[in-house]
Design a protein around this ligand. Structure first.
Ligand code: ADP
Ligand code: ZN
Length: 525
């Protein structure tokens, strides 16, 4: 079979049809394949299921030599290799789980230029002896799968990925393709820096998962809310994400008591228990898994019908990836995020107490802010989510804010106060400082900057600091101000700020904030 393949070699269209049996490329595949076949580097950020594998597999077949594919997941590598061999592609894997003779065969095939793809774990690739071996082989490309693992800014940093940067120095002429399903702007930049992809191209797109319905509720009676949601799913399979191991066990046993068959899953369970729970989830219909984020990566169950977050995820990236495990089959799926201000406070504490460098802490806080902005938005949630990844869509009609628009109040004056304060302080300060000015706080920093002399000093006392934080987040998610994610979190005006400042456009904000208005603080409801 491999002979036929190599007759078709170097024409990507032919490889697509003859080897993979597909009639046409999807989305950005063709552009990526073209870039890599021509010897260029690429960063590919496309959601799970969108067909990232072909982006390097086709160039691997088209170009002479062996492609080295780095992946953190042994089980997935084995599946991929088996599937490729089925199609007649010369693929192999090297991993600690296989016997020595198989490894020797794979290496021999590579040395004789009779191997198209070799899948390896990063720690294997980075062994000196293996790198020396590669020095003497003909290589077609490096594909780095799950590339977000290289970035400490990403949501799943893996130390063994860190040293992959040396590929650029040691093999400068070999194209590098980094692939991931989720990476926001700072993470993308970090991947590009670490793998030295600066003169490559990035391919970003197709983030919309239209069959997933997004929903957020303020957390009130958490378990009751969760139970109502799970019951409404009519016995289908789903995942409930929790922050701690203990909680996954509590939730699973509580759900079981309520008549929903549920199992816990977390990294602290004995390996055989974990394997058994995962196996049952894949095979038995209608099982709910209460899990920490240890569950999911590499789980391929197409008919997960719901994903609930009992505790908030750490970022919108994590949220997108976790909710993205629902509805892989394209059929309708539902999500629920239960959102409590206390949880956020706890996460902020965890960030502060970690021994990460300050720049990292600031970034984590701002990622949390983006998540808050999403939770509090009055816009279509899908639009806010896609915006965050540099993608866009029309108001979707399939999220809770589209389906039952939230109660709002006229926040035009509040927005004008905030925006003009940002403007007058030079668009160089983060939200804490802007709020201090609005509230008329006289700190040393404010006096030193002369901000107590501004006309907007103290004009915002009709809201408290908490309400202002929410207003600023909402303005950001409305696109009326920009939070500099990569610097110190400075707030800046945008094109859309102007008409609001001139009084030409109204701004409506979510009602809960209005309720915290100081002037009307008499009622609590
Ligand atoms: P990802 O790595 O982005 O999660 P995969 O590469 O595993 O996605 O592809 C997801 C599915 O889509 C696979 O079953 C694959 O065979 C299929 N697929 C990929 N590209 C095409 C295409 N051009 N036409 C039809 N099916 C495709
Ligand atoms: Zn919507």
């Amino acid at each position: 079979a491999s002979l036929e393949i190599h007759e078709a070699a170097d024409d990507p269209q032919k490889i697509l049809r003859r080897v993979f049996g597909f009639s046409s490329f999807r989305g950005l595949q063709e552009a990526v394949v073209e870039q890599v076949c021509a010897g260029g580097h690429a960063l590919v950020v496309m959601p799970t299921g969108s067909g990232k594998s072909l982006c390097y597999q086709i160039p691997a077949i088209a170009r002479p030599g062996t492609a080295i594919v780095v992946s953190p997941l042994i089980a997935l590598m084995q599946d991929q290799v088996a599937a490729l061999r089925e199609l007649g592609v010369r693929a192999a894997t090297l991993n600690s789980a296989q016997d020595a003779e198989l490894s020797r065969q794979a290496i021999r095939a590579m040395q004789q230029e009779e191997l198209d793809l070799l899948y390896v774990a990063p720690e294997r690739l980075l062994m000196d002896s293996f790198l020396e071996l590669l020095d003497n082989c003909r290589l077609s490309l490096f594909a780095i799968d799950e590339a977000h693992c290289i970035s400490e800014w990403g949501h799943d940093f893996r130390p063994e990925y860190h040293r992959l940067g040396l590929l650029a120095e040691r093999f400068p002429a070999i194209p590098r393709v980094a692939l991931t399903a989720t990476a926001d702007a700072p993470t993308r930049r970090d991947i590009i820096d670490r793998l030295a992809l600066h003169d490559g191209r990035d391919f970003l797109g197709g983030f919309d998962r239209p069959n997933i319905r997004y929903g957020v509720q303020p957390k009130t009676t958490a378990r009751r809310q969760l139970l109502d949601f799970v019951k409404a799913q009519g016995g289908e399979a789903g995942i409930v994400y929790c922050l701690s191991r203990a909680r996954t066990e509590e939730v699973a046993s509580w759900l079981t008591d309520q008549g929903i068959s549920a199992l816990p899953y977390h990294a602290g369970l004995a390996p055989e228990v974990r394997a058994r729970h995962q196996e049952r989830f894949l095979k038995e219909p209608g099982l709910t898994i209460a899990a920490t984020i240890a569950f999911g990566m590499g789980i391929d169950k197409p008919d997960v019908r719901f994903v609930a977050h009992l505790d908030p995820p750490r970022s919108l990236e994590a949220y997108y990836q976790e909710t993205g495990r629902a509805g892989r089959d394209g059929l309708p799926a539902e999500t629920l995020l239960l959102f409590g201000m206390q949880d956020i406070a706890q996460q902020r504490r965890m960030i502060e107490e970690s021994n990460a460098p300050d720049a990292r802490k600031r970034l984590e806080h701002r990622k949390l802010d983006a998540l808050l902005g999403y939770a509090e938005t009055t816009r279509c949630r899908r639009q806010v989510l896609l915006d965050y990844f540099g993608d866009s869509c029309e108001a979707c009609g399939n999220c809770d804010t589209c389906l039952s628009p939230p109660q709002t109040f006229d926040g035009t004056v509040a927005a004008q106060k905030a925006l003009s304060t940002i403007y007058r302080t030079g668009q160089r300060y983060g939200s804490a400082h802007v709020i201090d000015v609005l509230l008329g706080k006289t700190s040393d920093k404010i006096r030193a900057a002369g901000h107590d002399q501004l006309s907007t000093f103290g004009i915002g006392t009709d809201f408290d600091a908490k309400a202002w934080r929410s207003i600023l987040r909402q303005l950001a998610s409305l696109g009326l101000l920009h939070i500099d994610l990569e610097g110190y979190g400075a707030l800046r005006l945008t094109e859309k700020s102007r008409p609001v400042l001139r009084g030409e456009e109204q701004v409506s904000l979510r009602r809960e904030v209005g309720a915290r208005r100081k002037a009307t603080a008499s009622g609590g409801s």
